[in-house]
Each structure stands twice: as C-alpha cells, then as structure tokens.
Ligand binder design. Structure first.
Ligand SMILES: CCCCCCCCCCCCCCCC(=O)SCCNC(=O)CCNC(=O)[C@H](O)C(C)(C)COP(=O)(O)OP(=O)(O)OC[C@H]1O[C@@H](n2cnc3c(N)ncnc32)[C@H](O)[C@@H]1OP(=O)(O)O
Length: 133
C-alpha cells in the first residue's frame, strides 16, 4: 500500500444520534462531549493508519461553528492530513444533519497529533515498513 492509499483507507466515519443525555441547558451538544468524540475518532483513524500504539501529544484549535441540537444526527470524519517521522496529524470534522430533512452543515472542526510508541513508551517510526512513499 502506498501513502495515499493508506491515508484513504484509514479515513474513519462515526455516526451518532444526539440524545438529551449529551446536551446542555441550551439543548445543544456539550462542547466537551464533542471533543471526547473527536479524540476517539482521531485515535481510531491514527491507529488504522499505522496499526501501532499511538498516544495523543497535542490537539490544535477546535472551532465550533454551528450548534448541534438534541434530536439531530452527527457524523464525525477523521482523516490523516500529515505524516512525520514518529508523529501524524488527524483532522476531524463534525457534520450535523436534521433527522427528517436533508439539511447537513459542518459544525465543528479541529486536529489532533499522535505519536507512535513502542512497548517502552518511546517514539517509533509511524509509517509501517511496508508503505511505499
Ligand atoms: C465518561 C466516559 C469516558 C470514556 C472515555 C472514552 C474516551 C474515548 C477517547 C478514546 C481516545 C483514546 C485516545 C488514547 C490516547 C491517549 O489518551 S494518550 C494519553 C495522553 N497522551 C499522553 O499521555 C502522551 C504523553 N506524552 C509522551 O509520552 C511523550 O511526549 C511522547 C508522546 C512519547 C513523545 O515523547 P517526546 O520525547 O516528546 O518525543 P519527541 O521525539 O520529542 O517527539 C516525537 C514526535 O512528536 C512530535 N511532537 C512532540 N510534541 C509535540 C507537540 N506539542 N505538538 C505536535 N507534535 C509534537 C515531534 O515533532 C515528533 O514528531 P516527528 O518529527 O517524529 O514526526
């Protein structure tokens, strides 16, 4: 598999229904819950990309551009956007969809950097040896 194929095959999508147990007093999704879901999809994306242990080393600015009301559906999309020697960056976007119409908007975006580590928690090369670059 080459690098572009590895990036494409590791793109990760998760859908969730936004129920009231995840919303605040404005009846919209908690920002912290959104960030937890983003960390999870980013972690899965990074793991599927390199098939190695990874830890979060940094998260970049997260922009909340649309509220996410209770009773909507969200889709989280994680995609590897850059690959270093031992680290990689994953962009995560959240889209909000109405349940009973085709309305769909990008609501949140941010990025997370992960480092691949070995069993002694030391950074290791993030690209599998078999990857053609
Ligand atoms: C209520 C219910 C709860 C349920 C809950 C469910 C939650 C569902 C979520 C699931 C999600 C799971 C996610 C698990 C993943 C963790 O949670 S991990 C826990 C948090 N993270 C950690 O503990 C990591 C702590 N940090 C470390 O151990 C060390 O800093 C590291 C990561 C091993 C790196 O060590 P280091 O000596 O700094 O390494 P160094 O050689 O200097 O740098 C290595 C690479 O990192 C890069 N780097 C270092 N620092 C930075 C930085 N600040 N920014 C960007 N790049 C950096 C370097 O540029 C280098 O990149 P390359 O040029 O090699 O590509």
């Amino acid at each position: 598999m080459n690098l572009q194929e590895r990036i494409a095959q590791s793109e990760t999508r998760i859908f969730k229904a936004v129920f009231p147990n995840t919303t605040n007093h404005y009846d919209t999704l908690f920002g912290g819950t959104a960030m937890q879901l983003m960390d999870e999809v980013a972690f899965i994306t990074a793991t599927r990309f390199c098939r190695k242990r990874v830890v979060t080393v940094s998260s970049d600015r997260i922009d909340f551009t649309q509220p996410i009301p209770a009773g909507t559906i969200i889709e989280l999309i994680g995609q590897v956007v850059s690959v270093g020697k031992t680290s990689l960056k994953v962009q995560v976007d959240i889209y909000v969809e109405e349940m009973y119409s085709d309305t769909r908007l990008k609501a949140v975006n941010g990025s997370f950097t992960f480092v691949a580590i070995d069993e002694h928690k030391q950074p290791v090369q993030v690209l599998p040896e078999s990857t053609e670059v």
